[in-house]
Every structure is written in structure tokens, then in C-alpha cells.
Design a protein around this ligand. Structure first.
Ligand code: FE2
Length: 249
């Protein structure tokens, strides 16, 4: 199973959802044989609530909704609720959990430090996966990283920084962390820049969703996630940047 663990469906924090772009993003995911998209939308994005309510509660795009809020599209692609949370002191954490948990996170930027956020998640009593996102990007290193990294489940090997992938891998090894990769796509073009492979096939013949947070967590904690950064990652990122700057936006 191939999972993109870091996907945005809004082009920026100030955009509302563009539903034709989002539909096409899901089409491209199918074309690229991506089984799961984790929607790690910025929790402080103005369009977060509208996006998640329309996809996961009102089922705007059609499909089968799971008890934990995830959606399986008719084409088979699983869309999972998640969030990217801007931390107090700098940096971002990816949070994967059920719909109610990610919706109940504060939408205020820099509301949580790492301990506060993990304490909030633990207090919910639901499964979750926490990920240190793109630590080596400018300004994204966590304040007090050495003191808190043991609390986190995984370190991201971001597809959009393919040139320093080895540095990320060494960081994950040094701290004995699972490694997850995602595209950090803000448009359909960047999908596939980074993916996470797990040895699991959902049984879609029964029409049930075969991939929930508990299963994801199991693979993470057992260190059975394989980060896959595309050989074309740099090109995808470059073209996506041009697309985002297209006239009319
Ligand atoms: Fe992101």
C-alpha cells in the first residue's frame, strides 16, 4: 500500500477550497497508484473547517464514510483526516487521527508546543500518529528538539527536499524514529514526490475501509514504514511552484 502522508488540498492558508482542483487531485492520486491520501491541511488555514466538513461530513465528493471519519472514494482511494499544526517556537507537527480529534484541535497558529499538543492528543483517548515535519527546511527546526523528539512517533523524509534525504535518514536513525514520506503537495502536480510504503493490502471487495489510524500507528511503531522519494521529486516541486504562480490566482 502506498500512502502520501502529507497532502494539502488548499493552495494556501488563505484559500477556500477549489472543488474542481480537489476532484482532479483525487483523480491524479488514482492514476499514480496512491492508495491513501492523508489530508494534513494547515490547522490554522482559514478554509480548514469548510474543507473537512464538506469532504468528511457532507460527503461532497461521494464515497463511503468510515466510523473514524475517513472516506473511501468509489475509485478505491482512501482519504484520511489529519492536520499540520504550527508549533509554538517554530516548526510543524503532522497529526493523524480520527475526524473529531483533528477538528477539535485549535485553529490558532502557534497555540501548542510539542508537549501541549501531545498531551491534548493523549487526553482525547483516540489513536493518533505524530510526525516531525520537514525539520531541515529553513525555520522549521523545533525549539528544544533534543528534549521532545522521543515523544514523537516519526520523522518525515520530505519529498520536496530530495537533495538532503540522507540527512533526514541519518536524523531518524540517530533518534530511532520511524520514517514517513509525503509530498507536501499544495496542488495535484506534486503528488508522488514522496510516498510511504507499507506491506499491507486493504480488502476492498468487502466495501470496508481497510486502513485506520490504529493500523497506521502499528506500522509506525514497528518501524515497518518505507519512505520512497521520487527520482522526479525536484521536477515535480519545480513545476508545482510554476503552476501555483499561474495567472488568475
Ligand atoms: Fe505541509
Amino acid at each position: 500500500m502506498l500512502i502520501d502522508t502529507h497532502v494539502h488540498l488548499l493552495e494556501s492558508k488563505t484559500c477556500r477550497p477549489d472543488w474542481s482542483e480537489i476532484s482532479y487531485t483525487f483523480h491524479v492520486a488514482k492514476e499514480k497508484n496512491i492508495d491513501v491520501l492523508c489530508v494534513t491541511e494547515h490547522r490554522d488555514a482559514v478554509g480548514y473547517e469548510e474543507l473537512f466538513i464538506e469532504i468528511f461530513l457532507e460527503n461532497r465528493l461521494g464515497g463511503q464514510l468510515n466510523a473514524d471519519g475517513a472516506l473511501q472514494l468509489a475509485a478505491g482511494t482512501i482519504i484520511r483526516p489529519a492536520a499540520e499544526v504550527s508549533l509554538f517556537g517554530g516548526g510543524d507537527m503532522g497529526v493523524h487521527s480520527d475526524l473529531n480529534t483533528v477538528m477539535s484541535l485549535s485553529g490558532r497558529k502557534n497555540e501548542y508546543n510539542v508537549e501541549d499538543l501531545l498531551s491534548f492528543l493523549s487526553g482525547r483517548g483516540e489513536d493518533y500518529v505524530s510526525v516531525a515535519h520537514h525539520l531541515l527546511l529553513n525555520g522549521k527546526w523545533w525549539a528544544g528538539f533534543e528534549q521532545v523528539i522521543h515523544l514523537v512517533d516519526a520523522i518525515e523524509i520530505p519529498g520536496k527536499q530530495a537533495s538532503v534525504m540522507d540527512d533526514y535518514l541519518k536524523l531518524a536513525v540517530r533518534h530511532s524514529k520511524s520514517r514517513l514520506s509525503g509530498s507536501d503537495a499544495h496542488t495535484w502536480i506534486q503528488l508522488g514526490a514522496g510516498l510511504t510504503r507499507i506491506e499491507y493490502e486493504a480488502d476492498r471487495t468487502k466495501g470496508v475501509l481497510g486502513f485506520d489510524t490504529a493500523l497506521f500507528k502499528k506500522f509506525v511503531l514497528e518501524n515497518e514504514t518505507v519512505p520512497c522519494v521520487s527520482n522526479s521529486a525536484d521536477e515535480l516541486v519545480r513545476i508545482a511552484r510554476l503552476y501555483k504562480g499561474r495567472p488568475g490566482l
